[in-house]
Design a protein around this ligand. Structure first.
Ligand code: F0G
Length: 464
């Protein structure tokens, strides 16, 4: 019997969007105009956009068809009920509160439970999660396992939480931890999965201390796939069954539907505590919208209801995880250091290891992401000291890791795009000694990576 070895894109293309070739000179000029901040580029100046996998995916024909069914009634629309049933069907969580994206769910949750002086532990906070915790005057505490901070160490579940650290935080701070978060997959730690065993362990500790645990569930489908592939005893379970087992361990979840909701916008907060849900809904009405649309159009709710199911499709998940692993194999063969194993939605290059001649305070990951743009028109994102180094008191501290994330939009690029990416990365790697550091010339007081203005210390943004 024919046993195919090639994992193909499990879709055919019905609608195409041109991407624009530019010259190196044009890109150098565009980057200068953007003050050496890739967030400030015009997207049409980018050839392959791996800035984020958030809201950048291609929707399916079924999603577009669903959008035509959007019921735009202000209250109680059919689209709301389809959305609620899809979320409840997958998560089993009682109360579903739609939001315009993940950070709105975070703001509403932390706004309801966090007070100044509180501590919120997480395997690793994503930047908006951290900012929303800190905006309440609380401390966002990252407690990944040690392997999660070591890019080259191989571990099947590098997203896991350090359960001893969790036990200690809860024991030492009674009454000061309003909620524990678990981010699946652990985006800022390299897109790494959390095992069901670890989630169960964290959940048991939280229950013993009477503290609720919530999932940051943005990439729950990818996490389910990794559990199936890597954790003993789950190989014959469907991603949906595994997802249900994950949600069964928690009291609630925040979700950005721009990731595993396969939609361009949207999110939700889902939880079991009726009193907390009421308080969250009261707040939702003030800032997002009525509880049956939460800042979304009826057609958005439809797109998400369909997308959540499509994200759990086995052929899709196999292709998705394989695309990232394929790029990782090409780069590993050339000796390019990265977080191993590769993550579900993204590959993370270890810029500290690749560019040891640039100190963390001269932003090696930022420098590498600028070089990839100038040489190949690739937009990536720095996850390093520019993103995480700015402290609430205005000082700067080197981030734990200097990573460049190449995030894969869902169902957007094909294998030849990935081959091109590998070619650019190998070219830049051959010339890495010529890449210099950066300095910040202007920055806002928080979340500086979005708008900070920088300049290359040696005056050259790339490798020549
Ligand atoms: N939590 C995680 C783990 C995320 O990755 C994100 C977004 C959010 C929360 C916030 O969701 O954007 O819908 O408000 N991550 C995107 C990224 C932006 O590029 O990784 P949002």
């Amino acid at each position: 019997m024919f046993e195919p070895r090639t994992i193909i894109e499990p879709f055919r293309i019905k609608s195409v969007e041109p991407i624009r070739q530019t010259t190196r000179e044009q890109r150098t000029e565009a980057l200068r105009r953007a003050h050496y901040n890739l967030f400030q580029l015009r997207a049409s100046d980018v050839l392959i956009d791996l800035l984020t996998d958030s809201g950048t995916g291609a929707m399916s024909s079924r999603q577009w068809a669903g959008m035509m069914m959007g019921d735009e009634s202000y209250a109680g629309s059919d689209s709301w009920f389809r959305f609620r049933d899809a979320v409840h069907g997958i998560t089993g969580l009682e109360h579903v509160i739609p939001t315009h994206q993940g950070r709105a769910a975070e703001r509403i949750l932390f706004g309801a439970v966090c007070n100044p002086g509180d501590i919120v532990p997480n395997n690793t906070h994503f930047d908006t999660t951290r900012a929303n915790v800190e905006a309440r005057g609380a401390t966002a505490l990252d407690i990944p396992i040690a392997e999660g901070r070591e890019p080259a160490t191989h571990h099947p579940f590098k997203g896991n939480m350090d359960l001893m650290a969790l036990e200690r935080v809860l024991a030492d701070n009674p009454g000061r931890v309003p909620v524990v978060m678990m981010t699946v997959t652990n985006n800022s730690g390299g897109g790494q999965p959390v095992s069901l065993e670890n989630l169960r362990g964290a959940s048991a500790i939280c229950r013993r201390h009477g503290v609720p645990i919530f999932l940051d569930a943005c990439r729950f489908a990818e996490n389910s796939w990794f559990i199936r592939e890597r954790e003993a005893g789950h190989a014959s379970e469907s991603p949906r069954e595994i997802a249900r087992a994950m949600f069964a361990e928690v009291d609630g979840a925040t979700m950005s539907a721009k990731k595993d909701g396969m939609a361009n916008i949207g999110g939700f907060l889902a939880l079991n505590d009726s009193d907390l849900a009421r308080r969250c809904r009261d707040n939702l009405i003030l800032t997002e919208g009525f509880p049956t649309y939460g800042g979304l159009a009826g057609y958005d709710l439809e797109a998400i209801a369909v997308g959540l199911e499509e994200a759990l499709d086995e052929d899709y998940l196999r292709y998705r995880v394989r695309s990232v692993a394929y790029l990782a194999e090409r780069l590993a063969a050339a000796g390019i250091p990265m977080v191993t194993p590769p993550g579900g939605h993204a590959l993370y290059i270890d810029a500290a290891a690749m560019l040891p001649h640039i100190a963390a305070t001269s932003y090696p990951a930022w420098a590498l992401s600028c070089a990839l743009y100038v040489e190949g028109g690739i937009r990536s994102v720095e996850i390093g000291t520019v993103m995480f180094g700015q402290q609430p008191d205005g000082t700067e501290r080197a981030a734990a890791m200097e990573l460049v994330r190449l995030a894969f939009p869902r169902r957007v690029y094909t294998q030849s795009h990935v081959d091109y990416l590998a070619e650019v990365l190998l070219y830049v790697n051959d010339r890495k000694d010529r890449i210099g550091g950066y300095r910040i010339v202007n920055q806002p007081p928080a979340l500086r990576h979005f708008s900070a203005e920088l300049e290359p210390i040696g005056g050259d943004p790339a490798t020549s």
